[in-house]
Write a protein of this length. Sequence first.
Length: 343
Amino acid sequence: MPLTLRLMRKSFFSAGLFVAFLCFSNTVKAQSSQTFQDVENLLNDALFYSDQYITPATDAAVYQAASGWITSPKKRKLWDVTLGLHSNVFFVPKRDRSFEIKNSDFTFFQIEGATSATVPTALGDDSQVYLVGDLDGEQIRLKTPEGVNQETIFYPYLQGSIGLWYGTEFVAKFSPKTKLKKGDYQVYGFGLKHNFSQYFKNLEPRKIHLSALVAYSKEDISFDFITIPTQYGSLGINQLNGLVDTWQFQLNGSKEFKNFELMGGLIVNTSKFRYIVGGEKGEIEELIPLQDILNMKLEEISKTKTNVIGEISGRYQIKKVFLQPVIGFGKFVNTNFSIQYEF
C-alpha cells in the first residue's frame, strides 16, 4: 500500500475514533484527550497482537486447502463422476506455536510482572500471561488468548469431480465448519483440471499422464480472542477471524503400475489474507461502533502471499474404489487421505 494512502487511512481512523467519542460524550462523563489517546493506543496494541497471533494459522490454512485437488491427472471420459471423502491432517511445527512479546512492543499494555514473555500463537498451547493498562483511571487487566493446543489439526471434507469435454474436469470441495479446541475452520472451493498428455501420443500408451489445474478456494479460520471489561462495558473483540482467498495453479504427472498410480505435483498459489473481529458485540457498542472501527484498522495488516508447494501421492484401485494418501510439503507439511468412488 502506498505511503500516502496509509497515512490517509490512519488519519481517517483517528478522526473517526475522535468523532465517535464526541458523539457519545453527552452520554458518559466528559472524556479527556488522554482517554481518547489511551483508547487509540489500546486498539493499536490489539492490532499488533492480532497480527502476531493469527498469521501462522492463516499461513497454515493455505497448506491445508492446497492438497488433494488432483486425484489423478488421467484423462476422464465425458460425464465420469468421482466422489471422495477426504481426511486432512496438518502437523503444527514448533516454530509457529509461540512468539515473544516485550513491553516495548506496546503503547497501552504492559506485561504484568515481567518485561518480556513467550505467548502462544493461534496454533500454540494454552499458556497465558496477563497484560495490564490504565484507561481513564481504571485498570484494564486481561489474559492473552490461548492457542488450539493441538500438535495436529484434523478436518474432513467432501470432494467431487465430473468429466467434461476435451479432457477437462470440474472439481469442487467442501468441508463443514470444523470445531477446534479454541476456534473453527472451514474451506470450500472449485477448479478446472485439463489433461495435456493426450496431445503426446507416446505418453498414454506408456501409462504416463500429465495435467494442469486452476482452482479457487476460500478458507475461514476463527479463534477465541480476548475479552476486555471496562467501565463502558465489554469491548466485544472476543473472536478473531482470518479470511483467506486463494488462487492455485498446479501441474501433476503420474505413472501407472497395474492397480497403483504414483503421482507428483508442483503447486503455486497466491493468497489474500484479511482479518476481522467478530462474535457477540460488546456493551460499548451502545456508545460507539467499536467492532467496525477495529475492523477498519485491521485492514492495515491485510496481506498477499505466494507459496510454492510440492506434492506426492499414490492411488490404489480396488474395482471402483480408490485409496489415496497425499503429502504436501514446503514451509509446512500437510497430509491427506481419501476414499473415492468412480461412477
